[in-house]
Design a protein around this ligand. Sequence first.
Ligand SMILES: C[S@@+](CC[C@H](N)C(=O)[O-])C[C@H]1O[C@@H](n2cnc3c(N)ncnc32)[C@H](O)[C@@H]1O
Length: 217
Amino acid sequence: MIEKEAYDEFKRIYDHAIESCDTSNVPDKYMEAGYSARFDPAWDVLSKLEPNDRVLDFGCGMAWPTVLGRLIGLRMVAVDVPHYNYADERDFVAIKKAFKTDENSFELPYIEVLKHLMGLGHDIRLLDTNLFPWPGFAENEFDCVFAHWSMGKNFIDNGKTRDELNELYERRIAEMVRITKPDGVWYVSPMEDIRQIKRTKIFRNGCKIHIQLIKKR
Ligand SMILES: C[S@@+](CC[C@H](N)C(=O)[O-])C[C@H]1O[C@@H](n2cnc3c(N)ncnc32)[C@H](O)[C@@H]1O
Protein backbone atom coordinates (compact mmCIF):
# COMPACT_ATOMS: atom_id res chain seq x y z
CA MET A 1 0.00 0.00 0.00
CA ILE A 2 1.43 3.37 -0.96
CA GLU A 3 1.64 6.26 1.51
CA LYS A 4 -1.33 8.25 0.13
CA GLU A 5 -3.64 5.22 0.21
CA ALA A 6 -2.50 4.34 3.71
CA TYR A 7 -3.06 7.91 4.91
CA ASP A 8 -6.56 8.11 3.41
CA GLU A 9 -7.61 4.81 4.95
CA PHE A 10 -6.01 5.71 8.29
CA LYS A 11 -7.93 9.00 8.28
CA ARG A 12 -11.18 7.23 7.37
CA ILE A 13 -10.81 4.79 10.26
CA TYR A 14 -10.11 7.54 12.79
CA ASP A 15 -12.82 9.86 11.46
CA HIS A 16 -15.25 7.02 11.98
CA ALA A 17 -13.83 6.07 15.40
CA ILE A 18 -14.02 9.65 16.64
CA GLU A 19 -17.53 10.15 15.25
CA SER A 20 -18.67 6.96 16.97
CA CYS A 21 -17.30 7.89 20.39
CA ASP A 22 -18.02 10.73 22.75
CA THR A 23 -14.84 12.81 22.56
CA SER A 24 -16.27 15.81 24.39
CA ASN A 25 -13.75 15.48 27.22
CA VAL A 26 -10.74 15.44 24.87
CA PRO A 27 -9.19 18.93 24.82
CA ASP A 28 -9.62 20.61 21.42
CA LYS A 29 -5.91 21.18 21.01
CA TYR A 30 -5.30 17.41 20.90
CA MET A 31 -8.01 16.86 18.34
CA GLU A 32 -6.68 19.75 16.28
CA ALA A 33 -3.09 18.48 16.15
CA GLY A 34 -4.21 16.75 12.95
CA TYR A 35 -3.71 13.31 11.50
CA SER A 36 -0.37 14.02 9.81
CA ALA A 37 1.28 14.64 13.17
CA ARG A 38 0.29 11.10 14.15
CA PHE A 39 0.69 9.38 10.80
CA ASP A 40 4.09 10.72 9.70
CA PRO A 41 6.41 9.42 12.46
CA ALA A 42 4.70 6.03 12.37
CA TRP A 43 4.86 5.78 8.58
CA ASP A 44 8.57 6.67 8.54
CA VAL A 45 9.35 3.68 10.73
CA LEU A 46 6.71 1.08 10.02
CA SER A 47 6.84 1.32 6.21
CA LYS A 48 10.48 0.14 6.38
CA LEU A 49 9.70 -3.08 8.24
CA GLU A 50 9.13 -6.48 6.63
CA PRO A 51 5.58 -7.75 5.99
CA ASN A 52 4.29 -9.80 8.94
CA ASP A 53 6.84 -8.35 11.36
CA ARG A 54 5.44 -8.37 14.86
CA VAL A 55 5.49 -4.91 16.40
CA LEU A 56 4.73 -3.66 19.91
CA ASP A 57 3.16 -0.19 20.04
CA PHE A 58 4.25 0.62 23.58
CA GLY A 59 2.26 3.28 25.46
CA CYS A 60 0.05 3.50 22.40
CA GLY A 61 -2.12 6.50 23.39
CA MET A 62 -4.79 6.46 20.67
CA ALA A 63 -2.99 3.56 18.91
CA TRP A 64 -2.27 5.46 15.69
CA PRO A 65 0.76 3.27 14.80
CA THR A 66 -1.26 0.14 15.45
CA VAL A 67 -3.96 1.11 12.98
CA LEU A 68 -1.41 2.11 10.34
CA GLY A 69 0.71 -1.01 10.94
CA ARG A 70 -2.19 -3.37 10.29
CA LEU A 71 -3.03 -1.52 7.06
CA ILE A 72 0.45 -2.22 5.73
CA GLY A 73 0.59 -5.87 6.75
CA LEU A 74 2.35 -5.80 10.12
CA ARG A 75 1.20 -7.80 13.12
CA MET A 76 0.61 -5.14 15.74
CA VAL A 77 0.07 -5.37 19.49
CA ALA A 78 -0.68 -2.16 21.41
CA VAL A 79 -0.29 -1.63 25.14
CA ASP A 80 -1.39 1.19 27.37
CA VAL A 81 -2.53 1.64 30.94
CA PRO A 82 -6.24 1.32 31.64
CA HIS A 83 -6.49 4.21 34.08
CA TYR A 84 -5.39 7.43 32.34
CA ASN A 85 -8.04 9.37 30.53
CA TYR A 86 -8.58 12.83 29.18
CA ALA A 87 -11.07 13.43 31.93
CA ASP A 88 -8.08 14.16 34.11
CA GLU A 89 -6.23 17.01 32.44
CA ARG A 90 -3.79 16.99 35.39
CA ASP A 91 -2.11 13.90 33.89
CA PHE A 92 -1.26 15.98 30.84
CA VAL A 93 0.01 18.91 32.83
CA ALA A 94 2.30 16.62 34.86
CA ILE A 95 3.61 14.84 31.78
CA LYS A 96 4.25 18.04 29.87
CA LYS A 97 6.04 19.52 32.86
CA ALA A 98 8.20 16.41 33.15
CA PHE A 99 9.03 16.45 29.43
CA LYS A 100 9.44 20.25 29.37
CA THR A 101 7.60 20.21 26.06
CA ASP A 102 4.70 21.81 24.26
CA GLU A 103 4.51 18.84 21.92
CA ASN A 104 0.87 18.31 20.99
CA SER A 105 1.26 15.34 18.69
CA PHE A 106 0.97 12.73 21.40
CA GLU A 107 -1.81 11.88 23.77
CA LEU A 108 -3.10 9.75 26.56
CA PRO A 109 -5.19 6.73 25.74
CA TYR A 110 -8.74 7.70 25.02
CA ILE A 111 -10.35 4.53 26.24
CA GLU A 112 -13.55 4.88 24.21
CA VAL A 113 -11.58 5.11 20.97
CA LEU A 114 -9.39 2.17 22.00
CA LYS A 115 -12.48 0.07 22.70
CA HIS A 116 -13.86 1.00 19.29
CA LEU A 117 -10.60 -0.14 17.70
CA MET A 118 -10.68 -3.37 19.71
CA GLY A 119 -14.11 -3.94 18.19
CA LEU A 120 -12.44 -3.76 14.77
CA GLY A 121 -10.17 -6.59 15.85
CA HIS A 122 -7.08 -4.67 16.91
CA ASP A 123 -4.99 -6.36 19.59
CA ILE A 124 -4.95 -3.56 22.18
CA ARG A 125 -4.11 -4.58 25.74
CA LEU A 126 -4.93 -2.38 28.68
CA LEU A 127 -2.14 -3.21 31.06
CA ASP A 128 -0.07 -1.31 33.61
CA THR A 129 3.46 -2.14 32.56
CA ASN A 130 4.78 -1.09 35.96
CA LEU A 131 3.29 -4.32 37.32
CA PHE A 132 5.09 -7.61 36.70
CA PRO A 133 5.12 -10.08 35.12
CA TRP A 134 3.26 -8.93 32.02
CA PRO A 135 0.70 -11.56 31.11
CA GLY A 136 0.54 -12.97 27.59
CA PHE A 137 3.89 -11.92 26.12
CA ALA A 138 6.26 -14.60 24.88
CA GLU A 139 10.05 -14.49 24.93
CA ASN A 140 11.57 -13.21 21.64
CA GLU A 141 8.13 -12.35 20.31
CA PHE A 142 8.69 -8.93 18.70
CA ASP A 143 10.74 -7.78 15.73
CA CYS A 144 10.17 -4.17 16.66
CA VAL A 145 9.12 -1.99 19.58
CA PHE A 146 7.72 1.42 18.69
CA ALA A 147 7.65 3.85 21.61
CA HIS A 148 6.67 7.42 20.80
CA TRP A 149 6.88 9.58 23.92
CA SER A 150 6.23 6.62 26.21
CA MET A 151 9.54 5.11 27.36
CA GLY A 152 10.60 7.88 29.73
CA LYS A 153 11.14 7.24 33.37
CA ASN A 154 8.55 9.99 33.91
CA PHE A 155 5.84 7.41 33.42
CA ILE A 156 7.12 5.58 36.46
CA ASP A 157 8.02 8.55 38.61
CA ASN A 158 4.60 10.10 38.46
CA GLY A 159 1.36 9.79 40.33
CA LYS A 160 1.58 7.29 43.13
CA THR A 161 4.67 5.37 41.99
CA ARG A 162 8.21 6.25 43.05
CA ASP A 163 11.29 4.54 41.65
CA GLU A 164 14.19 6.18 43.46
CA LEU A 165 16.64 3.33 42.76
CA ASN A 166 15.62 2.82 39.13
CA GLU A 167 14.52 -0.71 39.96
CA LEU A 168 11.08 -0.52 38.37
CA TYR A 169 12.46 1.11 35.25
CA GLU A 170 15.16 -1.55 34.87
CA ARG A 171 12.61 -4.26 35.39
CA ARG A 172 10.39 -2.79 32.72
CA ILE A 173 13.30 -2.55 30.27
CA ALA A 174 14.32 -6.13 31.13
CA GLU A 175 10.80 -7.29 30.35
CA MET A 176 10.89 -5.49 27.02
CA VAL A 177 14.27 -7.01 26.20
CA ARG A 178 12.88 -10.45 27.04
CA ILE A 179 9.99 -10.15 24.60
CA THR A 180 12.10 -8.65 21.76
CA LYS A 181 14.07 -10.84 19.34
CA PRO A 182 17.83 -10.61 19.91
CA ASP A 183 18.30 -8.71 16.64
CA GLY A 184 15.10 -6.66 17.08
CA VAL A 185 14.92 -2.89 16.73
CA TRP A 186 13.41 -0.37 19.14
CA TYR A 187 12.32 2.95 17.68
CA VAL A 188 12.06 5.46 20.49
CA SER A 189 11.37 9.17 20.75
CA PRO A 190 12.47 11.58 22.23
CA MET A 191 16.26 11.30 22.45
CA GLU A 192 16.19 11.68 26.24
CA ASP A 193 14.25 8.40 26.49
CA ILE A 194 17.02 6.62 24.55
CA ARG A 195 19.60 7.98 26.98
CA GLN A 196 17.53 6.74 29.90
CA ILE A 197 17.22 3.28 28.36
CA LYS A 198 20.95 3.07 27.66
CA ARG A 199 21.75 4.03 31.23
CA THR A 200 20.03 0.94 32.58
CA LYS A 201 22.18 -1.99 33.71
CA ILE A 202 20.58 -4.41 31.33
CA PHE A 203 21.99 -2.49 28.38
CA ARG A 204 25.36 -1.96 29.97
CA ASN A 205 25.56 -5.75 30.22
CA GLY A 206 25.61 -6.07 26.44
CA CYS A 207 22.12 -6.28 25.01
CA LYS A 208 22.09 -6.69 21.24
CA ILE A 209 18.85 -4.84 20.55
CA HIS A 210 19.32 -1.77 18.35
CA ILE A 211 17.75 1.46 19.50
CA GLN A 212 17.04 4.18 16.96
CA LEU A 213 15.40 7.55 17.19
CA ILE A 214 12.03 8.11 15.55
CA LYS A 215 12.87 10.95 13.19
CA LYS A 216 10.49 13.83 12.78
CA ARG A 217 9.77 15.02 9.26
C1 LIG B 1 2.82 11.00 25.97
S1 LIG B 1 1.75 9.64 25.72
C2 LIG B 1 2.23 9.05 24.12
C3 LIG B 1 1.14 8.27 23.43
C4 LIG B 1 1.41 7.79 22.02
N1 LIG B 1 2.55 6.90 21.98
C5 LIG B 1 1.57 8.94 21.06
O1 LIG B 1 2.67 9.17 20.60
O2 LIG B 1 0.57 9.61 20.77
C6 LIG B 1 2.46 8.43 26.82
C7 LIG B 1 1.69 7.15 26.85
O3 LIG B 1 2.34 6.18 27.68
C8 LIG B 1 1.37 5.54 28.45
N2 LIG B 1 1.91 4.94 29.67
C9 LIG B 1 2.39 5.59 30.73
N3 LIG B 1 2.73 4.75 31.70
C10 LIG B 1 2.45 3.51 31.23
C11 LIG B 1 2.53 2.21 31.80
N4 LIG B 1 2.99 2.02 33.03
N5 LIG B 1 2.14 1.15 31.05
C12 LIG B 1 1.66 1.34 29.81
N6 LIG B 1 1.55 2.55 29.21
C13 LIG B 1 1.93 3.62 29.93
C14 LIG B 1 0.39 6.66 28.76
O4 LIG B 1 -0.87 6.18 29.22
C15 LIG B 1 0.32 7.38 27.45
O5 LIG B 1 -0.65 6.89 26.56
